[in-house]
Every structure is written in C-alpha cells, then in structure tokens.
Write a protein that binds this ligand. Structure first.
Ligand SMILES: *[C@@H]1O[C@H](CO)[C@@H](O)[C@H](O)[C@H]1NC(C)=O
Ligand SMILES: *[C@@H]1O[C@H](CO)[C@@H](O)[C@H](O)[C@H]1NC(C)=O
Ligand SMILES: *[C@@H]1O[C@H](CO)[C@@H](O)[C@H](O)[C@H]1NC(C)=O
Length: 345
C-alpha cells in the first residue's frame, strides 16, 4: 500500500518536472527569437556608393530587419545624398556619409558598391553581394567593430603595402601605385603614430563597421579627410585606394587585417570548411567550373562547336561543388563549431 502510494507520488513529480521542462524550453526559445528578431535587432544602414548609371535595386530587397538603404550618387549633385565633389571614388562617399550621419549613426553601417554582381565579391557567394550580406553575422560585426565583406586574399593579403617602398625601390610595382604615398598619408592622418611597415586587407572597399568603431575618431577628423581629397592632385584611383588601406587602422587599429580565409568565412559568414586546403580546393573548382562553362559557351557561339568533354566535366563539378558548400553551411550553423574552428580572428 505504502509502496504504491510512494510510486504514485514520484510519478506525479515526474509529471511536474516534465511539464516544467517543456515550459522552460518554450520560454527560452521565445527569448532567443525575441532577441534575434525583436527590438534588439541592430539598426543598420546600407551605404551604397553609386553613380547615375548604377543599379542598386538589390539593396532594397535585402531581407534584414531594420535595414535602411542610403544611396549616395557620386555624379549627381541634385541627389538626396551626394558627396561635395565626385572625387576620391567610394572613399569620398563613405566619408561624406560619416560626417552627415555622425551624430545619428545606426548600430552598424554596411558600406558597399552599387553593383550586386562583381569580382569585388567572393566566389563562394557566386560573387553576389546580396548573398554575401545575407550571410554576414551581425553579432560578429558588433564584437569586432569592423569586418571586410571579402574574405579572399587576392589583391590585398597576406601583405600588400610596404610603407618603406619609394618610387626608386626595386620592389615598386604599378600594381600597387598607391604604395609610395602610404607613409605620408598615414602621417598626415595620424600624426605621432608609428608608421606600420605593412598594410593589407582583402580588397575592394566593402565592409561593415559599428557606431562605436566609427566614433573612435571625431567628426572633424573625417571632415579633414574630405578636405584632403578635395585638395589633392592625386588621381581618384590612387586617393581612393589610399583610404582602402586605412579603414582597418582607423577603426580597429590594425594596419594589416588579413584573417585566415577559411576562418573568416566560418566565423563571419557561417560557411565552415575544415581547413584552408579544403576551401582552396573548392574555390579552385568553382573558378574552373565557371571558366569552363564560359569557354564551352563561347566555343559553341563562335565555332558552333559542342565540346562534350568540357561540358561533361563542368556538369560533374556542379553537384560536387553544391555538396561541398552545403556541408560547410551545415557545419557553420553550430556556434560551437564556428568558435572551435575559427577562434578569434
Ligand atoms: C543574388 O542573390 C539573390 C538572392 O539569392 C538573388 O535573388 C539574385 O537574383 C542574385 N543576383 C544575381 C545577379 O545573380
Ligand atoms: C619593406 O621595404 C623595405 C625597403 O625596401 C625593406 O627593407 C623591408 O624588408 C621590406 N619589408 C618587408 C616585410 O618586406
Ligand atoms: C622585395 O619583396 C620581397 C617579397 O615581398 C621581399 O622579400 C624583399 O624583402 C623586398 N625587398 C626590398 C628591398 O624591399
């Protein structure tokens, strides 16, 4: 008798614990959902460096809560947002935005060019800026203060600019025509700071930065940079690129900001290959596949020739590429995995 009443009690206890657990589980998930999509989602501006011929409609289709598109039109002084002069390429636009919005910045500002598809974007995203931004981990932007939208090292890493190079150096190359101006530019921007020997970072001047990072420097400082662009005799591609080398130093104090590619891709964009070799292999195949498709198509158009072997090889590669990326995306869903594989960048 006693025994059976005892087991009845423990059954009831189990029952209570069971429902309490379910209740807490639901509560927890409500909180997580609320945190992600509720009032605490960061406010974001997408600052688009555009020209009158550019098409930035894609930016309005971005599916990110609280994102506001701020298009700056370089060559249209009558546009709502425009720089004081069409000089200095995207650098002038980003600086104009910063001075105009300085006291009213959102949590995160994303700085980008107007074209959705360009070599400025990584091949893992099909060079598609929409897909790149959709994968961007906003918490990671908040944590780091500044992240480049490009992961690939080509044309900027692991070391790109040597601030000691002069026009007479044997190592001077027109490929880096801004290199010889970097030292003076840096000294002008940061009087009293030691000039770093090496500057670098993934190319192409598209990145995200937090309000706190941008406001590390006073508004007048940015205004002085605009004045510098207005007064310089350097051509736009050089003045613009000089700034491209400086953003990371301005905002996170790192002159050579070249995180290992597979780690950055994992941590910042949640696509986790197991190591650099695996990512290199995937990128190489994706490049070949794209090139193969293009060549086969050109061959068909110009020579009316169908190269079965190329088409076949490219056809085989498609599923392999898809599987590789799908698996990397799946691994990237795990925060534990992202932290374990990538650590701090
Ligand atoms: C880029 O990706 C978005 C979202 O996946 C897609 O809607 C768009 O068509 C793509 N753009 C191009 C030019 O491929
Ligand atoms: C940078 O350039 C200077 C002068 O040419 C050279 O002495 C130095 O070794 C270079 N540094 C690197 C890291 O290549
Ligand atoms: C030239 O560049 C090479 C490769 O980056 C470097 O090892 C070397 O130190 C440089 N030499 C000078 C004189 O800067």
């Amino acid at each position: 008798m006693l025994q059976s009443s005892g087991s009845f009690c423990s059954f009831r206890r189990l029952f209570v614990v069971f429902f309490a657990t379910i209740f807490l589980w639901i509560l927890y998930h409500q909180c997580v959902t609320f945190h992600l999509f509720g009032s605490s989602a960061p406010s974001i501006n997408a600052v688009i460096a555009a020209t009158t011929t550019g098409n930035y409609e894609w930016a309005y289709r971005l599916k990110i809560p609280k994102l506001v598109v701020i298009p700056y039109i370089a060559n249209d002084p009558s546009a709502q947002y425009h720089p004081p002069s069409n000089k200095g390429n995207e650098a002038m636009i980003y600086l104009s935005y910063i001075t105009a919005f300085y006291d009213n910045l959102p949590d995160i500002s994303i700085f980008a060019h107007d074209s959705e598809n360009a070599w400025h974007n990584d091949i893992i995203f099909g060079q598609n800026l929409t897909d790149t931004i959709h994968s961007l981990d906003l918490e990671e932007v908040e944590r780091r203060g500044y992240v480049n939208l490009k992961v690939d090292w080509q044309g900027g890493c692991p070391q790109w600019i040597n601030s000691s190079i002069t026009i007479d150096s044997p190592n001077y190359s027109e490929l880096r025509s801004e290199e010889i101006y970097v030292r003076e530019m840096f000294q002008n921007m940061f009087p009293g700071h030691d000039v770093p020997e090496i500057f670098g970072g993934p190319c192409c001047s598209q990145f995200a930065a937090t309000r706190a990072a941008i406001q590390k420097l006073p508004k007048q400082w940015y205004q002085d940079r605009i004045d510098w662009i207005l007064n310089t005799d350097l051509p736009d591609y050089i003045s613009g690129r000089l700034f491209e080398r400086m953003w990371a130093y301005m905002w996170i104090g790192t002159a050579n900001d070249c995180p290992i590619e597979y780690k950055a891709l994992c941590r910042v964009f949640h696509i986790c290959f197991n190591d650099q070799e695996e990512l290199d292999e995937w990128n190489g195949a994706a490049y070949l596949s794209e090139k193969g498709t293009r060549d086969a198509w050109a061959d068909r158009v110009t020579n009316n020739h169908i190269d079965d072997r190329t088409e076949h090889a490219v056809g085989e590669m498609g599923p392999w590429l898809k599987r590789g990326k799908d698996e990397a995306v799946k691994r990237g869903r795990s925060k534990y995995y992202r932290w374990k594989i990538a650590g701090d960048l």
